[in-house]
Design a protein around this ligand. Structure first.
Ligand SMILES: *Cc1c(COP(=O)(O)O)cnc(C)c1O
Length: 374
């Protein structure tokens, strides 16, 4: 009775034969990593595609976040969101920093700037917001607070590949932005990530940090790490970049289909941001409200019984995990808590067909499925 499984996301894989010439080039050059030709080409190509001044590639987004915090010598407490992937807070904790969770705006799912000031203490040195699902944070309000209290801003921009606002790339905001190219993200290099910065000096510092702190054959200038992206990953990124506009266009078609099919459904709240032309359609979150016929978890299970694997991103909240529980006052995170309990991200990828999207919507709307099944 079940068709092939439908996952929340499927990686975009260009035809294999298109990748062979890249591999041949690597084999010929015998350069496998350490800022090789593919790595340099991908940095240039991404600066141009994204419209950012400087980008330093990494082996994954988490090491990029860790390194961004090191690059700015962040210490003490950092204000962040509980409604994110757990790597956001882990990156702080691994740097010996204390994450201070502040509530989100229930309409954007991003850190609520009006609640940040109350969480600032003499130990606060930075804010680490997340452009959740690729929805831009209120960057102006966040920067205003940062300026007032002399705080750094490091964006976890893992979801924000290609997202723009009126002034250009969303990645230009704050002191640094870190992005992920993991297989599940809009643009992927299997594993990968990057830090976006605005000047060459910072980029050089980050380059040193991601290569053990080595500045030259005989000088180590910082306690660095191995954060380098390999040539294979960089080559895949170059190939993927050729197809990325098409892949995002397909995502947009699915997102618009969902929007039309679900906008009238009682008890389903959409967060589509249809007025923003410059999104990447990385996720399609819906909120299951009390007036819907099933609870969020019942709908999640019903979809699973039809081989459809929607995901409860982000549930539980980061602050609910064992290692963070005792650091928070959950009473102050009411929006995050209620969003987390109602959220469901529907399958969305360039590989999803409209028929599959229709099946997802039929189940949510309690309509007859195309095969006559209810
Ligand atoms: C994916 C993700 C990360 C981690 O990126 P990796 O490349 O998987 O290490 C960090 N933060 C958020 C919000 C993410 O979604």
């Amino acid at each position: 009775m079940n068709d092939k499984p439908i996952y929340v996301t499927e990686p975009y894989l260009p035809p294999l034969e298109e990748f062979i010439p890249y591999l041949e080039e690597i084999w010929e050059s015998k350069r496998l990593t350490n800022n090789g030709p593919m790595h340099q080409k991908l940095e240039d190509a991404l600066c141009e595609y994204l419209g950012v001044p400087e980008i330093a590639l990494f082996n994954n987004g988490t090491i990029a976040l860790l390194t961004a915090l090191q690059a700015l010598r962040i210490s003490g407490e950092v204000i962040t969101t509980p409604f994110s992937f757990v790597a956001t807070a882990h990156a702080l904790t691994w740097n010996g920093l204390k994450p201070v969770f502040v509530d989100i705006d229930p309409n954007t799912f991003n850190l609520d700037p009006s609640k940040i000031e109350a969480a600032i203490t003499p130990r606060t040195t930075a804010i680490m917001p997340v452009h959740c699902y690729g929805n831009p944070c209120n960057v102006e309000a966040i920067q205003e607070i940062a300026d007032k209290y002399n705080l750094k801003v490091i964006y976890d921009a893992a979801h924000a590949f290609g997202v723009q606002d009126a002034g250009g790339s969303i990645l230009r905001h704050g002191d640094l932005s870190a992005i992920s190219f993991h297989a599940t993200k809009v643009f992927n290099t299997f594993e990968g990530g990057a830090i976006i910065c605005s000047d060459k000096k910072t980029k050089q510092h980050i380059n040193n940090l991601k290569n053990f702190g080595i500045a030259s054959e005989t000088s180590v200038v910082a306690v660095g790490i191995n954060g380098k992206m390999s040539e294979i990953n960089a080559a895949f990124g170059l190939l993927q970049l050729k197809h990325i506009n098409n892949a995002i266009k397909k995502r947009k078609e699915i997102a618009q289909f969902y929007y039309q099919a679900l906008r009238e459904t009682k008890g389903i709240k959409l967060n589509f941001f249809s007025n923003q032309e410059t999104r990447n359609y990385s996720y399609f979150p819906i909120i299951i409200e009390d007036s819907y016929s099933l609870s969020r978890d019942e709908l999640y299970e019903k979809l699973r019984s039809h081989n459809i694997y929607a995901r409860r991103y982000f549930y539980p909240l980061i602050s609910s995990h064992m290692m963070y529980q005792n650091t928070v006052n959950m009473g102050a995170l009411t929006n995050a808590q209620s969003v987390s309990e109602g959220i469901l991200c529907l399958p969305l990828s360039s590989e999803l067909s409209l028929d599959e999207a229709q099946k997802v919507c039929s189940i949510i709307n309690n309509d007859l499925l195309p095969n006559g099944e209810l």
